[in-house]
Design a protein around this ligand. Sequence first.
Ligand SMILES: Nc1ncnc2c1ncn2[C@@H]1O[C@H](COP(=O)(O)OP(=O)(O)OP(=O)(O)O)[C@@H](O)[C@H]1O
Length: 936
Amino acid sequence: METRRVILALDLDHHRSNCRMLFTADEVGSDDMEAVLEFSAREAAQSSNAASSSTVVNGSHSYSGRQELNGRLSELDSELKDVDEQIEKLRELRSQIIAERNRVNEKLKTMQGASRLSTSKSLAPAKPSGKASQAGSLNYMTEFFEWSGELKARMREVFGIQKFRLCQEGVCNASMDGRDIVCIMPTGGGKSLTYQLPALLNPGLTLVISPLISLITDQILHLREFGVEAVMLMGSTSKEESRDIYSRLAAAANSKNRNGLAGPEIKFCYVTPEKIAASKSFTSMLEKLANAGKLSRIVIDEAHCVSQLGHDFRPDYKKLSILRQLFPRVPILALSATCPPKVLKDLLTTLRLKPIVNGTAATADGTVYFSAPLYRKNLHYTVAPKPSSASGVIKAMTKYILDHHRNDSGIVYCMSKKDTETVAQGLAEESGGKIRTGVYHADVHDRTKAELHERWRRGDVKVVCATIAFGLGIDKGDVRFVLHHSVGLRCIKGIDINIFLRCLNLWKVTIRHVYRAANHPSILTRSLLNQESGRAGRDGNDSDCILYFRPQDASRLSALVFMKKLTCGFDHEVQDMLRFAIDVEECRKLQFARYFSMSASLSMSAWGTAETDAHARCGHCDNCKRPPEAMERRDVTLPAWQILRVSQVIERMSGRVTMGMLADLVRGAGGGSFGAVVGGRGRGKGKGGAKEKIGLDLDEIAGGKVQLGKEETEILIVQLFLSGHLGESFHSTAYSINVYVTPGPGALRITRYSKEDVESGRGQRIQVTFLRKGKDAAKKNGRSTKTGDEEASRAYSSGAKGKKRKRGEESFEDELDDPIVDDDGGMSLYADDDDIAADRDEREVAKANASYTSHNVASKIRQRSESEGWTFTMSNDTPVSAAIPSKLRRGKFKPAIAGSAKLNGSTSLNNASRTRTPLTTVNRSMDNDVIEIESD
Ligand SMILES: Nc1ncnc2c1ncn2[C@@H]1O[C@H](COP(=O)(O)OP(=O)(O)OP(=O)(O)O)[C@@H](O)[C@H]1O
């Protein structure tokens, strides 16, 4: 019993916690020690039985058990000693291997440096080897590498390209040398070759990460045409296809050589960044390839997307930081066309790349950096005056295309899907079928898009009329011209503007709220000229980039300014665009250079070439080619004073005028009156105010009419807007944002003087350089410009029908081409709510596929005139312009027909269209297909 107690005490010490757990509450709380010990003894006996005999504290086995344990301990000690000795030896071995590795590495670097330089070439007197290797650094922009000959041969043989351009050769060399690279080359510069060519000379797979499926599809198409095996793995790739690709990649990873591989070796695998971010099975497949030495490089196209500071930030690009982690030894090539310094810094950090070293003096460590001038000297920029009517624009474009690019491929970029269709139809009709057009926009079915792309590549379709949807990934070398049908609101990313406007109306929220919720959409305006123009001349041959612009387009841009003010704070992007468009003197290249150096901190040097200084004029844009006699710089302080005085009066009277209206008013056109809302809570319909027409006495307010043509007046208004003498106010409705001209903060600087003061030269002076009209300029220099800007100019000054208009006389067509609802993301700007209603009607009509031929419009007018007792005749009974029904639908035609009918009793439609009186209204009722014309 005594022994048992001792054992129990020991056992309690060792197993205190267990015992505690086993006692019931009653037993633990009991004062009966005997009972507790009894319980413990029971438990100890049970656990001893369960344990092995050697460890049981059992008097009969304790001696042999200790001996056994001691023996085991000795064995373990000796084993540990052995392991320690081995560790020591392995440590030594490790040090030796590291030392040897370093030696091999050093040797390899030395060998690479030497072997990269082809001895035979390096001895060539014209190109000494010193050019490639200088003081421990390498100049990759040379052809003295051992692979140089083969690179060129494969480039010619596979891609049919004879010579490298820009920094292509340097990038290929650095790539062959296994370096990490950042390469910045302009759109169309030829970035693809920089990874496609080295890939053909190296074994293994090149992984290409690209943002757009269309881009990827296009690249794969090209590579397959060249007989190179390229695949893509997307969400849309079928299971069978994916399985096949995976098994081929797995076979490549497992094989020591090419024998036994199923199918041809995959040289390129294209994926989107989402694939890298989301697919573990894909990344582990890549790891297998990398471990087998079969992943030769990773290419990140549009690499600026990794940076939040760039305008194209794409969150999944950020996740590419994992690449360096997963594949520390696989070289990365980052490609971009636009990478200002702050974006570059971000890019290097995100992709975990080392600091950059210059590709012409690259030290052994670091990311090799190449950049090519952004300036593409084969692109000839022109801003052409845009005729005021839709048909005039079509005529001007048709003439330009037939005169200069009759058999060439081209693109016409339009603001809206609707525009693409009307322009495509217009060009085809106007040219009598000589211009074969196609339409491309977001709503075109994918299959139709692919067919069009193919027909365009084959040359069956010559001119694609497209929205910006036809952009990235479109790589046709011989695009000889890119026309911009209009400048204006283009891209409010991620938001359908119609949805946005409906939101405003339905939810009664402010624009600010909607836009904030939409994550700061970025607005790209200038890139309109650069991105889309990048589609031209990709083969390096001369190509034209023409922007059709008329001052009234400024109103569209103003709405953009308005948006930008609300979302990102005011900046000058849009004003810069306007300045660009109305500048008739400064070289376009220099304008771009200045813009980018200010907005994106891009060095001016990016705009130079080997032959030309960045600050030199290009010599081949419209402004460089224009002879001095085609321009005229004038002091326009007096007309400016008049415009500002009128706008001040209009504002005082709570009036609202658009730019076009103001240009009319100050010239004494447009009926001499403006609309104002008198009384009520606000200016819109339903806000209690009454609309009223207020007449203007120009003599009293402005000392007479402005003595400038309409176009000049509008240009002056734009200038005054840019200089802050004029401003604008915005009025949003359910369907549009209307922009009205108001006096700006600087107006007083001019208007505080009297007319006499201004005439005598007092105060601030305003000067504007105008283009002389086509005929005047032609008379002076006796020649016409290549890009057709004079033709456009002539079309502009003579109107759609090619007839000379008298100054101040108004064609109804002048207002026809009001901005249209932009279903691509732009927005429309209308003079007032009536116009909005008219446009709504117009769209409804379009939807119902109702067609108003000139004859049925005429017959309706005739019916009406007969029932009301006034006469209507159509001259020669010929079909009137297709614009007239459109005008009627939009309510623009109203004063013309009935007004002149009332005044004259009888008129021809064509004549009537040129006369305006404010006495009549037209009620449109599209539902029952009736056009009502009423006299007041
Ligand atoms: N050295 C060269 N000489 C002539 N043509 C070339 C050369 N390099 C590339 N090209 C051609 O230039 C066109 C544009 O090349 P690529 O698509 O690689 O441009 P990119 O720089 O990727 O442009 P983007 O940024 O618009 O995609 C292609 O048709 C290509 O065949």
